[in-house]
Design a protein. Sequence first.
Length: 158
Amino acid sequence: MKKIVRIITRLCVGGPSIHTTLLSGHFNKEGWESKLYVGSLADKEADMSYLAKEYNVDTIYIEGLGREISIIDDIKAIYNIYKFLKKEKPDIVHTHLFGADFFGVFAAKYVGIKNIVSTEHNLNKSEGILKNFAKFISIRFPKRIIAISTAVKNYINK
């Protein structure tokens, strides 16, 4: 059985959470073993983890992964993603949103996973210089990048 791990920074209310959860549920129905690694919500964000339960998606919480940049949490996140990927040995790693893209891509590369996909959901123009630089570097590593719209595709192809 083929195995795919999706990593999303957090399952807050919004399109990326719906997209990622439904995609994981679909792959499970098609005979894949599909797991979803998720980070923690930011303050005042509404939770969509109920959707993963509804679609029978195995969800694993990644300590340290979340919206805010924090050296200690970021180190925890990359270590925990690495540890889980090394244990799972998935055929494909598919990342969604900044933290998952940045830490997930590097952890997957370090584990030796060859098939890395990243879905770009938005432009992130206002994220700040540090996040934009990190994003610029991290989108150079996946084998495939899926842009959610033409505007996003044009932005990342600059």
